[in-house]
Design a protein around this ligand. Structure first.
Ligand SMILES: [Zn+2]
Length: 326
């Protein structure tokens, strides 16, 4: 059996998978509140004790972690955990344990997704020898590229969310100026992420927003998108419009950099919640508006990932090893 994990600042998913190609089969999946445990070992202990994992022989493990990974060691971004893959393998007697960045783990899951787990924004014409681009806005912005090598997609780690925000018109230039004044520089994550949505909202709303404010007066990303989708506040509508346009534009930049002719995938927690705004043409117009390459971008399939456990699946795919291993 394989043990897969998706370790986030808020929630950790662990899953037990049977080895299968191209998609390992989930036998048991449990969700844990990350900060309830003092480390990954304690979560694995709990998983093995309480679930169908009990008594199963686990050969290999792989974990995706929300934080940079160096030499098999990760320090989580928002939780005081250090994860050492080799130490985990030794402690639990696994043949091997691997550690990936969470976006890299999600990227391994992308080629294993079936059509029911994605929403097609643009059908395009997939080129079998082409690469794949993955962009995922959640709390932050994750980016990965899947390099097609002889038909196998090899994900590359990236910190592309921290690259510069590329403003494309006067409205975005005003936002860019405001972000530089606030943060010293404007990263694309300052715009295209949950935190980015709050930045845009503060920039657009010079006064408090009654439609999206909680009891303490601060707005949440979920409340802003809800107010915008329901048309309850003109500034929230403007906020979501800026967000969707910048998301599409950055997806287009990634598609150009990757030559994502096999597909550009939109992952992360925000996209499934704003599907009506992503599907009404604004996202794709910004995606394709890259003269003289509109036709190239118009032919690339663009899909929103609906499966919220794609990073867990990807960790299982990685744990299963290359096809020649099975
Ligand atoms: Zn508002």
């Amino acid at each position: 059996m394989l043990l897969a994990g998706d370790i986030g600042g808020t929630k950790t998913l662990l899953g037990l998978f049977e080895r299968a190609r191209p998609r390992p089969r989930a036998a048991a999946v449990n969700s844990f509140t990350t900060c309830d445990y003092d480390g990954l070992d304690a979560v694995i202990d709990a998983f093995i004790r309480t679930s169908a994992a009990s008594g199963q022989r686990i050969e290999r493990a792989c974990f995706g972690a929300a934080g940079p990974v160096m030499n098999g060691v990760a320090h989580l971004t928002n939780v005081p955990w250090t994860i050492d893959a080799r130490a985990v393998a030794e402690r639990f007697g696994f043949e091997s344990a691997a550690l990936l960045n969470d976006l890299e783990a999600m990227a391994y899951g992308v080629p294993a997704l079936d059509e029911s787990e994605v929403k097609v924004l643009q059908t395009g014409k997939a080129v079998p020898t082409g690469n794949i681009g993955l962009i995922a806005a959640g709390t932050g912005l994750g980016v990965s590229m899947l390099h097609n090598i002889d038909g196998r997609f090899i994900p590359l780690p990236s910190e592309g969310g921290h690259a510069d925000f590329a403003a494309t018109d006067e409205r975005e230039i005003a936002l860019l100026r405001w972000l530089i004044a606030q943060h010293g520089r404007a990263q694309v994550e300052h715009v295209v992420s949950g935190r980015g949505l709050l930045n845009i909202h503060r920039h657009v709303h010079r006064t408090a927003c009654p439609a999206a404010s909680g009891r303490d007066g601060s707005a949440s990303a979920a409340a802003i998108t809800e107010a915008a989708l329901a048309g309850r506040c003109a500034e929230c509508v403007e906020t979501l419009d800026l967000f969707v346009t910048a998301y599409g534009s950055e997806a287009g930049n990634l598609a150009l950099r990757t030559m994502a002719t096999a597909g550009l995938y939109v992952g992360g927690g925000i996209a499934p919640k704003i599907l009506p705004a992503l599907s009404d043409g604004r996202f794709l117009r910004a995606f394709r508006r890259k003269a003289p390459y509109e036709a190239l971008l118009g032919d690339m399939p663009v899909k929103v990932i609906l499966n919220s456990q794609t990073a867990l699946l990807g960790a299982a795919v990685f744990a299963a090893g290359p096809a020649s291993d099975v």
